[in-house]
Ligand binder design. Structure first.
Ligand code: UDP
Length: 244
């Protein structure tokens, strides 16, 4: 029998997703993916055709793939083209960015040119705070602000590195280069449980380049008005899920 999930209350609406509580299931939430796109701290706004459906489908596929390889995630199941059930987590307010190839904000912090293959992947922490513009922080900032413990940070770094090791060949088999990506983590059981992967993994949160031509197939097409935004998302979907 298929279970029914009745939305009760919207508890969060962000740039790309909404979260709802579910009747009778306090440990779960319903995550709805939207077509809205924003960039540069929401100064630029728009819509990407079918993005909600594509990102829900891709996150379902990738989180399922990761969990089969030992990564704990919040994903429970997809219930409609753009909705999934997730475990309710207390989010650690740190965005973990992993980089394999120089691009984006790294070009402003180093002398690397776009496309430079990094000798070793870089892992960075950013403090999730829109008013501050999500500044980059070190371990000691996080500990001083009491947003994570030393062992939380160790777990974040280890999980991010392991996810990168799993996803690099995953994307390459699908003719996509995983340039960089952002992860978010949280703890279940009201923040008392174990750290697990939350949020999404999509062309909104990853830089993906065609393995042969290096054509950008991610949100940079929207950020920098490169054109072919809808087509890029559709292409990534085709290469990963076959468009189902
Ligand atoms: N990213 C994200 N959300 C953010 C910031 C970054 O998903 O709020 C992703 C971004 O899509 C890219 C990676 O994290 O894949 C690294 O982003 P970067 O630091 O280069 O910043 P950006 O150039 O996006 O400002």
């Amino acid at each position: 029998m298929t279970e029914k999930y009745n939305k009760i209350k919207k508890i969060y609406e962000g740039k790309a997703k909404k979260l709802y509580t579910i009747k009778g299931k306090p440990d779960l939430l319903l995550q709805e993916f939207k077509d809205d796109a924003t960039a540069f701290n929401a100064q630029k706004r728009g819509k990407i055709l079918n993005k909600g459906i594509i990102n829900c489908e891709l996150t379902t596929f990738i989180f399922d793939y990761l969990s089969k390889r030992g990564i704990k995630t919040h994903f429970v199941k997809q219930i409609s083209p753009n909705e999934m059930i997730i475990k309710r987590l207390k989010i650690v307010p740190i965005e973990v960015v992993v980089r394999n190839i120089a691009a984006g904000s790294l070009l402003k912090k180093t002398r690397f040119k776009e496309g430079h293959k990094l000798a070793k992947p870089i892992v960075e922490f950013y403090y999730k705070d829109d008013a501050l513009g999500d500044p980059m922080i070190s371990d000691s900032h996080a500990i001083a602000m009491k947003i994570a413990t030393e062992s939380d940070l160790k777990a974040l770094r280890q999980m991010a590195e392991k996810i990168n090791i799993i996803l690099k060949p995953f994307f390459l088999k699908r003719r996509l280069r995983l340039v960089d990506f952002k992860l978010e983590f949280g703890k279940d059981k009201g923040g008392k449980g174990r750290i697990m992967l939350g949020d999404e993994i999509t062309p909104d949160t990853c830089r993906l380049w065609d393995a042969k031509t290096n054509r950008k197939l991610d949100k940079d097409r929207f950020r920098f008005d490169l054109g072919g935004v809808n087509e890029a998302y559709a292409e990534v979907r085709k290469r990963i899920t076959g468009g189902k």
